[in-house]
Design a protein around this ligand. Sequence first.
Ligand SMILES: Nc1ncnc2c1ncn2[C@@H]1O[C@H](COP(=O)(O)OP(=O)(O)O)[C@@H](O)[C@H]1O
Ligand SMILES: N[C@@H](CCOP(=O)(O)O)C(=O)O
Length: 322
Amino acid sequence: MAVFTPVTLDDVQQWITQFPLGKPIALKGIASGIENSNFFLDIEQGAQVQQYVLTIFENLSFEQLPFYLQLMRHLADRQVLVPAPIANNQGELIVALHGKPAAIVTKLEGSSQMAPQPVHCAEVGAMLARMHLAGCDYPLQQPNLRGLDWWNATTPKVLPHLSDSNAHLLRVEMHFQEAFAGCDTYKQLQTGPVHADLFRNNVMFDGERLTGFFDFYFAGCDTWLFDVAVTVNDWCIDLATGVLDVARVRSLLDAYHGVRPFTDAEQTAWQPMLRAGALRFWLSRLYDYYQPREAEMLTPHDPTHFERILRERIATLAPKLF
Ligand SMILES: Nc1ncnc2c1ncn2[C@@H]1O[C@H](COP(=O)(O)OP(=O)(O)O)[C@@H](O)[C@H]1O
Ligand SMILES: N[C@@H](CCOP(=O)(O)O)C(=O)O
């Protein structure tokens, strides 16, 4: 279940006249996805047919969306591979469809690489560094809405559901992360717009060629290193154990470092940041697990996966950043 707002080709043919795009000839609902209604949209442009993705936003409002859509436009304009939002004839990226905010973005080629090798991790690392640099002059500001403030607000909501051992882990780690966020090294870390959810299912590949990052709806301004940690914690692990795979870690980090060299402060902060990246998703998965949304919104992700990763990052020294 992923199309929550039904749309017909006829609806789109009327609506799309406000975009400088051409004639829609096919519309197909996308089955995967859990947040929004997504459709592949084929548009005839002269002798060619171009493919786009139409998204109707089910939860985010007109007021919340500009940060994400304008960020994608900003990055696309700077040759970072992301879906490029298309503006209507008034220059608007977000336009109402069936009373909800909607947007059209370019379709990325390929599919997600769910069993990445070092070559894929290198592509991800290099593009992530390019994305961070390209975001430097992005004018809009929004904090990472799943950052420390959210962790502090969420911890008391999930603590009553946890075993003694997990409650202890959560309390100790929150204490550790509060101290880390207040330390001098942390304050020296470079910040800017980050994706903050760059998991395997949010990147497209055509063979070994990365074709784009997508699903920017957790993006916000945070440390670049947090983005790297979240990415490494998903792309470079053995999924069963959470243990880092050194070859994939090295490929991702070396490729990133080749584009945007890591700093000494980032080197010092690396292990605590890997723990922060694990804690963030442990907490959100716990929250979703114990405060489930409506029944049709699929099975929540497994929180124990990130509990395992967090314990592993605390116990084992990670490969150095550079
Ligand atoms: N720009 C795009 N290009 C190609 N495929 C896309 C694009 N955006 C979304 N998709 C496809 O739609 C699916 C659902 O998108 P996603 O952003 O995960 O949805 P949701 O926000 O509802 O979770 C993705 O897994 C991907 O297959
Ligand atoms: N990546 C997060 C969940 C975010 O949902 P997404 O499918 O839209 O990326 C997790 O794995 O917990």
